[in-house]
Design a protein around this ligand. Structure first.
Ligand code: NAD
Ligand code: DAU
Length: 372
């Protein structure tokens, strides 16, 4: 049985990943280490808890640990007691706008937290490896994996043409992307310096169930449902390459199982959209599915162009041919279907939305959008 430490498993992508991994990796135990920041929510795994309660064998395959990836003592204990042999590292501060407003948490968790995790992994890996006596390539393949989940934002901003490949030079522009870039370099250095068996994925924009409504798609769905303005930064022509979250999770599983040690794999949706197109699409689908709040008023009328994000990257687009050619992964959900599935999920889960829109969210919203 593999013992997988998932960090940040109560966030958007981490919770989708845990659900998929428990289903697909039937010989794995998952230990989910999460600090439960504003973005971490135990309710993201509520359905899983219900399933686990019903099945004792299953419940032994999942454990939640409340804690911080910066806590080296806790990490050392977890690696030893839980016999961790695989790390899938999601935990991070993930929202660009928050990083502009206050970068220090990003430096702390994304850089120092990743460093603490790497150190704990390295120490545990060396001890286990010493037990076996060798550190040859075959043993590495058998024993240990450290998969670092990163972003396409580390590559900077594209013009009208071109795609990010795994060899595109790093050029991060926001405190968020700079902190992720820094963590990527640390992870890479642990492979080159110590031989730690790392893997890295750099993915484009995800969307889907359990996405926190500070990010464009869930924010627009929530506001449009409630007749609130839909804030579009700048001219609305910035481009993102959207990937349905479950597809990102299948890519991570593929890389974990078949990826070559030390390699980076870009993951993308082949689905470039201007922000304004995304917002208009959501408005139109909601008009089709839900009564308008004011008769005869289409939701597009709620769109408001607002002051741009500082240093707003113009375009991201991923060349995902390496993961396709080497590992046979490609996205299975196109944007038209994925955005409908996402909207349906939000329509069917009002209790989840209500629970995340607490007082601190209202404060955040007022601070970010009040004077915009
Ligand atoms: P998220 O903000 O939804 O979740 C982050 C999770 O990490 C939360 O559960 C939070 O409680 C936890 N966390 C934060 N600081 C922690 C700490 N110090 N110790 C332990 N747990 C901590 O993020 P997400 O959107 O799910 O992104 C997950 C990862 O994927 C991040 O590393 C992000 O950079 C990367 N990524 C995200 C996207 C995207 O579109 N969302 C795309 C590419 C890569
Ligand atoms: O590319 C991967 C990245 O995608 C991840 O690394 C990040 O963790 C994730 O948050 C996401 O970053 P973005 O900044 O691209 O996502 P966000 O949803 O914040 O914004 C998407 C686009 O929409 C971006 O061009 C800014 C714009 N936007 C965003 C918000 C919140 C608006 O126009 N209005 C808004 O209110």
């Amino acid at each position: 049985m593999k013992n997988i430490l998932v960090t940040g498993g109560c966030g958007f992508i981490g919770s989708n990943f845990i659900r998929l991994a428990l289903e697909s990796l039937t010989d794995a135990r998952i230990i989910n280490l999460d600090k439960l920041t504003y973005a971490g929510n135990l309710a993201n795994l509520d359905d899983l808890d219900a399933d686990l309660d019903a099945d004792l064998d299953e419940s032994q395959r999942y454990k939640f640990v409340l804690g911080d990836i910066c806590d080296s003592e806790l990490l050392g204990k977890l690696f030893a007691e839980e016999q961790i042999d695989t790390v899938v590292h999601f935990a991070a501060e993930s929202h660009v706008d928050r990083s502009i407003d206050g970068p220090s948490e990003f430096i702390q968790t994304n850089i120092l937290g990743t460093f603490a995790l790497l150190e704990a992994a390295r120490k545990s890996w060396v001890v286990r490896d010493a037990g076996r006596g060798t550190r040859d390539a075959e043993n590495q393949v058998e024993q240990f994996r450290f998969l670092h989940v990163s972003t396409d934002e580390v590559y900077g901003s594209l013009g009208d043409t071109g795609l990010f490949t795994e060899t595109t030079p790093y050029d991060p522009r926001s405190p968020y992307s700079a902190s992720k870039a820094s963590s990527d370099h640390l992870v890479s250095s642990y492979y080159h310096t110590y031989g730690l068996p790392i893997l890295m994925t750099n993915c484009s924009n995800n969307y889907g169930p359990y996405h926190f409504p500070e990010k464009l798609i869930p924010l627009v769905i929530n506001n449009a449902l409630n007749g609130k303005e839909l804030p579009v930064y700048g001219d609305g022509k910035n481009v993102r390459d959207w990937l349905y979250v479950v597809d990102h999770c299948t890519a991570i599983l593929k890389v974990l199982q078949k990826g070559r040690i030390g390699e980076t794999y870009n993951v993308g949706g082949n689905s470039e959209k201007q922000n304004i197109e995304v917002v208009q699409t959501i408005c139109d689908i909601l008009d089709e599915k839900v009564e308008p709040l004011t008769a005869g008023q289409p939701r597009r009328s709620l769109i408001k162009f607002v002051k741009d994000r500082a240093g707003h990257d113009r375009r991201y687009a991923i060349d995902a041919s390496k993961i396709k050619d080497e590992l046979g992964w490609q996205p299975s959900v196109n944007f038209d279907d994925g955005i409908r599935m996402t909207i349906d999920w939000y329509l069917h889960n009002p209790a989840w939305i209500a629970c995340v829109l607490d007082g601190s969210y209202q404060e955040y919203y007022q601070k970010m959008y009040g004077g915009r």
